[in-house]
Structure formats: structure tokens, C-alpha cells
Design a protein around this ligand. Sequence first.
Ligand SMILES: NC(=O)c1ccc[n+]([C@@H]2O[C@H](COP(=O)([O-])OP(=O)(O)OC[C@H]3O[C@@H](n4cnc5c(N)ncnc54)[C@H](OP(=O)(O)O)[C@@H]3O)[C@@H](O)[C@H]2O)c1
Length: 306
Amino acid sequence: MTWHARGLGRLSARTFVVTGANSGIGFAAARALVERGGHVVLAVRDTGKGETAAARLDGPGTTSVVELDLADLDQVERCSRSLLAAGGDLSALICNAGVMGGPYLLSAQGYERQMATNHLGHAALIAGLWPRLHASGSRVVVMASTEARAGRLSSQTTREHLVDPTPYDGRQVYRDTKQANLLFAQELHRRCRAAGSPVSAVAVHPGASATNLFARQLAQAGHDRLASVSKLVTGMVLQSAAAGALSTLRALDDRTPSGAFIGPSALGQSRGRPKLLTVYPSGADPATAARLWVLTEEILQQRLPI
Ligand SMILES: NC(=O)c1ccc[n+]([C@@H]2O[C@H](COP(=O)([O-])OP(=O)(O)OC[C@H]3O[C@@H](n4cnc5c(N)ncnc54)[C@H](OP(=O)(O)O)[C@@H]3O)[C@@H](O)[C@H]2O)c1
């Protein structure tokens, strides 16, 4: 059955935290939620960009902006504390923000930046927000990618592979980060069910959507003109960010079961209406997921809550 965003119904009095909500798919998801009456907390690394984005979102829903730099674990902790202090029921945490490729850069704690941003920062945010997630029976939505299929994480993965991959292959590291996102969502789901926790977890991917993701990596490598061309071309050939955000929105539908994986249904999952997908073994292998969980705890130097 074709899924439509109207399946979400009215979202009045429901709160959603969306990471990276100032741009691309996160912004498109935030727009759809605000249009349905939800309150969206835009968790962004640049609050100026966040305020500008929030000003472009038309009600009936409401917005607020909170600073979140996923590539700095101290800042993630400050953000978690401020979100905990805000209190109230939290319908969902949407772990959307991400970076792709670009040069070898490090996070504030000296970890490879893509893994730090896409996986470690989000894992720390989930851990920091756990009391509110647990009390609310929240849904955690984690953004993966079709690239996750080519991830090389395994039950033998080492700490170094996650924080200091050598030699550096930015494309492969991106794939590994997205495999980590998919594995982490599956493991969170399994652990919540085993512990009887009311928290649910769903993984999504947006197909291939026209956002800043592709242009940004070119700009970071100093190819400004190529970045402009890329923005133009992706705008013509890829589906819109709003279409990509439908997977995220379907993940928020109460009828979507915990543990699901959602992505577009057409052209090799690159575009189209969102559907429930079968998770391929590399994205669901329990031994790899358990290894990732333990390594994540070791790197974050904190027990994950469940
Ligand atoms: N577009 C696609 O075809 C595609 C395909 C598969 C998966 N995805 C995934 O979709 C997600 C959203 O990407 P997008 O395509 O919408 O790209 P985008 O327009 O570049 O959005 C990425 C968002 O992540 C934020 N971000 C980057 N680093 C951050 C950090 N350290 N802390 C907090 N926020 C940070 C960005 O903030 P700034 O604006 O401040 O940089 C931006 O809001 C990513 O996880 C990406 O891997 C996208």
C-alpha cells in the first residue's frame, strides 16, 4: 500500500528533535512535522542557520533551536543536558545530521570526523537523552544510506577502524558510518525489546536526494566550482529533499514497527514512496552490531543506557 505523509495525522502537542534540521532532508522533515502541528526542536551546529531555517517553517506547529555539534562530545553532552532540562514528552529523536567524504579531518576529541559526526555523536546524544526518551517511550529514527550495504564493519572491527581508519578512504569511511547507523538502530531495537523498554528504533534511508551533501564534500576539498555544478546537476536528476524525507516521516508513523528499515521503493531504492525494506545481513548481523555497541561504549567512555 502506498504511504502518504497524511498517514501521520495531526501532531499537535507532540515534540520532535531533529538533528541537522537546518538543511536538506532534516529541514524537509521538520517542515512536514510543523505543517502537521508538531513542535520541532532544530538541533543544529550553527544556531544562526537554525534560526533562519526555523523562520522558514510555517505553522500551525512551533519550533525552537538548540545548539548541537555532533563532532564535539562535550558539546553533545551540553545539548543533552539542555534538552533534558526542557522536559516534557518527546515523541521522537531523529538522528538525521551527517557528513559525507571530504578530506581527513578530526573531531574535537581527535576521532575521524565522519564516524564522529554520523555515529558516535548520535550514540552519545541517545545516551544523554535516555531518561527523557525512556520516560516518553520515544521513537529513535536513525538515518542510514544505500551506501551502508558496502560497509566493512564486522564482528572483528577494531577501535582504530572506527576512530583512525588507515589508510584513509573517505568514501569507504562514509559507507562504514552508515552501516554503523543501520546496525546501531537494529541493536537498539533488540536491546529495548529484551529489556522491556518502551523506546523503539527505526532505521531509514532517503534514496538519492538533492541536498547539500554532495556539493559540501567538493567544497571542502577546495573544488568550489565543481560544488556549484554538483548542486545544479543533483537538483535536476535526484529526487527532492522533501521526497527523501518521506522515509523519515514514515518511520514516525505509529503503525511502523520498531526494528523496521524504511527507504524509497523505486529505481534501486533511489527514489519513490517509502516502503518497509528487508535489512541485508551486513546491516543486521547481531555479532557485528554487538561489537559496534561495545566499541562505541569504549570510545565514548560511557555505558550506553540499555
Ligand atoms: N542526500 C542524499 O541523497 C542522502 C543519501 C543517503 C543518506 N543521506 C543522509 O541524510 C542525512 C542528511 O543529509 P542531507 O542529504 O540532508 O545533507 P545536508 O543538506 O548536507 O544536511 C546535513 C545536515 O547535517 C548537519 N551537520 C553536519 N555536521 C554536523 C555536526 N558536526 N553537528 C551537527 N550537525 C551537523 C548539517 O549542518 P550544517 O548545515 O551546519 O553543515 C546539515 O544540517 C545524512 O545523515 C546523510 O548521510 C543523504
